[in-house]
Ligand binder design. Structure first.
Ligand code: SF4
Length: 333
């Protein structure tokens, strides 16, 4: 067992200063970090408890009409907040599809952004080849059991996927992650927050050491009338996505005025489906157009030995989710 020290932060500045110590990490809900510590995957020297930072526990309307969700708002509270349910139903659906009710009651919005991949080789320290856990050691999943792994944007160093449902909705909604560091604050566009693995799969995000997520900001609601989060998984509850699709539309009759589509379960970060968005915008919405758009989006997929099924699954999930977002319930085949 590792010896660790524990500090409770009284305010944001104190938390950030404490985090400058080598080996210091923030702990909020702890639903992922404690698992990693118990499994011998994470070895923090100091835990900075941020759960008492009331400044990060609010949901508030922004001057532009958007919404700020504090980093310490629990997943269940965010999902069920009246302003989220009515203005950003895509986010509510995604949050409620994740984990279990007990975990959602503990997990925070900031922690959800920071949760690590569920690749089995990453969590099992008996395996010595995992570039994410031991940089330079290799990737056991690339030639091993990789049914749950990436089909887009992977690298020879890592084929893991991001496990978050919430993040897929936030990618589609063009959220912004607000962070504070020792010298400044900054706003990170959601598309730049999570990384593709490249040659540094040990880095999941673009956060700098010692930076603290303070909130997630949503732009003014524009997609509340036509939104759907579809999660395809091995069982109906408490399972990570094989593929998920966050779809949000602005419609003028049957014509798509604007589209936001993001995929989960397919890449090291939420995958914004820009090809689909471009192909369906300005077009009458129908299954045939969507099938072509989804096929074009997945044209660059590079499936592994165990997950070729995800390519067709992702295409079908895109078609189904976008049609459901538009309120169509016909032929999805
Ligand atoms: Fe490790 Fe990534 Fe390979 Fe999994 S896919 S074994 S996390 S390097």
């Amino acid at each position: 067992m590792d010896a660790i020290s524990y500090q409770r932060a009284a305010d944001v500045n104190g938390a950030i200063q404490a985090a400058q110590q080598p080996g210091a990490v923030f702990i909020g809900g702890g639903t992922n970090l404690l698992d990693l510590m118990k499994g011998g995957v994470a070895h923090p020297v100091t835990l900075i408890d941020i759960t008492r930072l009331t400044a990060l526990q609010n949901v508030e309307t922004l001057p532009d009409g958007g919404l700020r969700i504090g980093a310490l708002v629990r997943n269940s509270d965010a999902a069920n907040h009246a302003l989220v349910r009515t203005r950003y139903p895509l986010l509510t659906q995604a949050l409620l599809s994740g984990a279990s009710a007990q975990l959602r009651n503990m997990a925070t919005v900031g922690g959800n952004l920071m949760q690590r991949t569920r690749c089995g080789y990453f969590y099992d320290t008996a395996f010595t080849q995992c570039n994410k856990r031991i940089p330079g050691s290799g990737c056991a999943a690339a030639g091993g059991f990789n049914r749950m792994h990436a089909i887009l944007g992977a690298s020879p160093q890592c084929v893991a996927v991001n496990p978050s449902d919430m993040s897929v909705a936030l990618a589609a909604l063009d959220a912004t992650v607000q962070v504070s560091g020792p010298n400044s604050t900054r706003a990170i566009p959601f598309a730049q927050f999570h990384r593709l693995p490249g040659d540094r799969p040990d880095l999941d995000t673009t956060l700098q050491p010692g930076e603290l997520i303070t909130s997630v900001d949503l732009p003014p609601p524009a997609f509340s009338d036509h939104a759907h989060y579809l999660k395809v998984r091995d069982r109906a509850s408490y399972a990570f996505a094989l593929v998920s699709v966050a779809a949000a539309l602005q419609m003028d009759g049957h014509t798509v005025q604007a589209a936001r589509v993001a995929l989960g379960g397919v890449a090291h970060r939420p995958w914004r489906a820009g090809v689909v968005e471009a192909r369906i915008t300005g077009q009458p919405l129908n299954a045939a157009t969507l099938r072509e758009a989804a096929a074009a989006e997945l044209a660059s997929a590079q499936p592994l030995k165990g997950n070729a099924f995800k390519v067709a699954l992702a295409q079908r999930a895109i078609v189904r989710s976008v049609l459901l977002a538009a309120g169509q319930t016909g032929d999805f085949a």
